[in-house]
Design a protein. Structure first.
Length: 256
């Protein structure tokens, strides 16, 4: 199932789900929390086979290196605020084929090696995805409906191949980061106070290499670079047509 043999993964929400089961295909677990308890013991990947609701942040501190949480084609994980998954000090964790609803994802505390592959984060109350430190990878990631910035990268190394991100205030913020990205679409709305609506903001001595970058529907600068190094090819910036008569800002701004 989904590339796993029976017993090779801890299955959640499939046949006869109960947390007293062993997590095989015919005796799946009922909750992600119980699956994590077993994964911490033997390091097996976790395979979600139905929508999961979590009542509090899932703190992955102490998770085994190389842990995989697999949504098997797009199962939903509906979670707590503000972080559904909190990757604190983890190493080489992979989130794959998941849809996270109503909560964001954060990596921090010397977490590194995080991979998000075919992951959607929608409706986070504040930041959709916060990456703090480490070397990380995003492939086919979609971040929509966040109450704050869609993606924040702080003092981290990040490789991106295909990202669609929408945020409030700022679509994507890179602060002290080293980012290589291709095939990226960014948009942003103004916040409740009517401020900003910037697409991509790069600051604090960041180094960014971008190819095939599309910044759309912004209400401030589509691209704002401050005291940082940007190398870009294939960039398109389209500001919002109007915002109730207000000025929609510059296409690109570079400052020291």
């Amino acid at each position: 199932m989904c590339g796993y043999a029976n017993g090779d993964a801890i299955t959640v929400g499939y046949i006869n789900p109960d947390d007293g089961n062993d997590g095989t295909f015919g005796a799946s677990l009922a909750t992600l929390e119980r699956a994590l308890e077993l994964a911490y013991q033997d390091g097996r990947p976790i395979l979600l086979r139905s929508t999961q609701y979590v009542s509090g942040d899932i703190d992955l501190f102490g998770a085994p290196d190389g842990l995989v949480i697999d949504g098997c084609g797009g199962e939903q994980l509906i979670g707590a605020l503000p972080w559904t998954l909190d990757l604190n000090g983890t190493r080489d964790v992979t989130l794959r084929d998941l849809i996270l609803v109503d909560g964001g994802v954060r990596t921090w505390g010397e977490a590194t090696g995080t991979v998000l592959h075919n992951v959607t984060i929608q409706g986070a109350p504040d930041i959709g995805l916060a990456i703090q430190g480490g070397h990380n990878t995003l492939r086919d990631v979609f971040i929509t409906g966040s109450g704050g910035p869609g993606l924040v990268v702080e003092v981290a190394s990040l490789s991106i191949d295909h990202l669609v991100v929408n945020g409030v205030g700022v679509g994507m913020l890179v602060s002290g980061g080293d980012v290589t990205m291709a095939h990226v679409e960014i948009s942003a709305q103004r916040d409740d106070g009517g401020q900003l609506g910037r697409g991509l903001q790069i600051q604090d001595y960041s180094v960014v290499v971008a190819e095939d970058l599309h910044i759309d529907d912004t209400y401030d600068a589509g691209l704002f670079v401050s005291a940082s190094n940007l190398t870009a090819r294939g960039v398109q910036i389209h500001r919002a047509d109007s915002c109730d008569g207000c000025y929609t800002g510059d296409g690109a701004v570079f400052t020291r």
